[in-house]
Design a binder for this molecule. Structure first.
Ligand code: HEM
Length: 271
C-alpha cells in the first residue's frame, strides 16, 4: 500500500513538472492549469487564494442577480463587487443605502469609480480598469483589501474578472501582474527615498520655485547634505532629490538649469 502511494506521488510530481514546462512554452496552457488549480480548490473546499464565504462556497453572481442587492428596504442586504469579488456591505448601510453618498456602488461592480471618483454614469466600462495607471491599479487592490477586512466576502461576479466557473479570467491575471509590478515600483521608490532623499521646496511669486537640501530634508536626518538634482524615476516625472557628491554621475540625474552644480540651493521658474 505504502509503495503504491509513493509511486503515485512520483507520478504526480512528474505530471506537475511536465505541466510547468508546457506552461512556460505555451501561455494558454498555463492559463488552463491556473483555472484548473482554482477549480480544484473550489471543489475540494481547500482554498488556495480564495477566501470563502461563511457557507463554505463562493457564490457566483450574474449582473442581474447582483443588481438585486441594493438594499432598497432596511431589511434587504446590500452587496457590492470590486475586482469581481462580491461583499455584503449591509453593515455600511449609512454609506451604501439608497440615497446615501456611495449607493452608486450597491448591486454592481463599478471598480473604476473607486479611482476616478465618478459616481454618476454606470455603464459596461465601469469595471474596465486595465487602462488605469499602475499606481491606481494598486490603490484599487488596496480598496479590495479594505473590503476583505471590513466586510463579508460572498462570492464572485461573473464577467470581466471571473468566468462562469468562478475562475479568474486572463484579464484578472493581467491586472494582477500590473498590481505586482506597481508594488515592486513602489517599494523601489521608497528605498530610493533613503538613497536620494527629497529636497525642501518652496514657491514664491517673486522668486519662483526654490529647491534646497539640508541634512534633514525629506525627513531623513543624515550626516551629509547633498545637492539638488532632478531625479527621474522609471515611468514617472522627475522629483527633486538631494544627492551625495559621490553619486552625481548617475544617469537618471539631471542638474537644475542656471544653478551652480555644487550649490545646495537652486531657483527655477516655470514659464
Ligand atoms: C475617489 C473618490 C472617493 C471614493 C471612491 C470614496 C469612497 C468611499 C467609500 C466606499 C466609503 C465607505 C467606506 C466604508 O464602507 O466604510 C467612503 C466613506 C467616506 N468618504 Fe469617501 N470616497 C471618495 C472621496 C471622498 C472625499 C473627497 C471625501 C471628503 C471630502 C470623502 C469623505 C468620506 C467620508 C467622511 C466617509 C465616511 C467615513 C466613515 O464614516 O467611516 N470621500 N468613501
Amino acid at each position: 500500500m505504502f509503495a503504491v502511494l509513493k509511486h503515485l506521488f512520483k507520478l504526480q510530481f512528474l505530471i506537475i513538472l511536465i505541466a510547468i514546462f508546457a506552461g512556460v512554452y505555451y501561455p494558454e496552457i498555463l492559463e488552463k492549469i491556473k483555472s484548473l488549480i482554482f477549480e480544484l480548490s473550489i471543489t475540494d473546499n481547500e482554498p488556495i487564494a480564495v477566501k470563502f464565504s461563511a457557507e463554505g462556497q463562493p457564490q457566483l453572481f450574474t449582473k442581474e442577480t447582483l443588481a438585486k442587492f441594493t438594499g432598497e428596504t432596511e431589511d434587504e442586504p446590500i452587496y457590492l463587487s470590486i475586482l469581481g469579488s462580491v461583499y455584503d456591505v449591509s453593515k455600511g448601510r449609512k454609506h451604501y443605502g439608497t440615497g446615501c453618498s456611495y449607493s452608486y456602488f450597491a448591486g454592481r461592480d463599478a471598480s473604476k469609480s473607486f479611482i476616478t471618483g465618478e459616481f454618476e454614469e454606470f455603464d459596461e466600462s465601469s469595471d474596465d480598469v486595465i487602462t488605469l495607471k499602475p499606481s491606481e491599479v494598486l490603490s484599487l487592490y488596496d480598496w479590495k483589501k479594505f473590503y476583505d477586512k471590513e466586510y463579508t466576502f460572498k462570492g464572485f461576479a461573473v464577467g470581466r474578472f471571473y468566468d462562469n466557473n468562478g475562475a479568474k479570467t486572463i484579464y484578472h491575471y493581467q491586472l494582477d501582474a500590473i498590481a505586482d509590478q506597481a508594488l515592486e515600483d513602489k517599494k523601489t521608490a521608497n528605498q530610493m527615498l533613503e538613497v536620494y532623499p527629497q529636497c525642501n521646496i518652496q514657491w514664491t511669486e517673486k522668486e519662483g520655485t526654490r529647491v534646497w537640501c539640508t541634512n534633514q530634508s525629506g525627513g531623513k536626518t543624515r550626516d551629509w547634505t547633498g545637492v539638488p538634482r532632478k531625479y527621474y524615476e522609471a515611468g514617472k516625472d522627475y522629483r527633486c532629490a538631494c544627492i551625495k557628491e559621490s553619486d552625481l554621475d548617475s544617469p537618471n540625474l539631471k542638474p537644475y538649469e542656471n544653478c551652480d552644480p555644487l550649490s545646495t540651493t537652486c531657483y527655477y521658474k516655470l514659464d
